[in-house]
Design a protein around this ligand. Sequence first.
Ligand code: MG
Length: 156
Amino acid sequence: MRIGFGWDLHKLEEGRKLVLGGVEIPSEKGCLGHSDGDVVLHALTDALLGSLALGDIGDHFKDTEPKWKDAKSSVFVKEALRHIKEKGFYVSNADITIILEKPKLYPFKDKIRENIAALLDLTKEQVSFKAKTKEGMGEVGKSEAVESFAVVLIDK
Ligand code: MG
């Protein structure tokens, strides 16, 4: 049994799409990034890679590579999952937290959870998705950035 942890933060800018956990959320601001900027799936990818000490998302998907420009971050998750399965492991569960001031994610949480479960070949019960705010404090609280944390447990 092994554990993996991932964290990511992206700047929020007007005119960018806000894609979180593969779900597009209506918002004035979206994540700046080379790919679609999906901070949730980036944290999850790092957690998956970290569980087997396979480096980080930047080692596998360089943000200078044109092929990852505006790429769907689900590609990164699927690739990290492929490595895990190749080594004879499966994901037991994932626990993910996002910290975002606005918009409120309450109406989208279930869809995001379902989407992540499908990406990881898991049931919804194996995936937890929690949304928090920073109560107006710091960059995240001022809606200048969005942050996400992910933990996964894998087993043989
Ligand atoms: Mg990122």
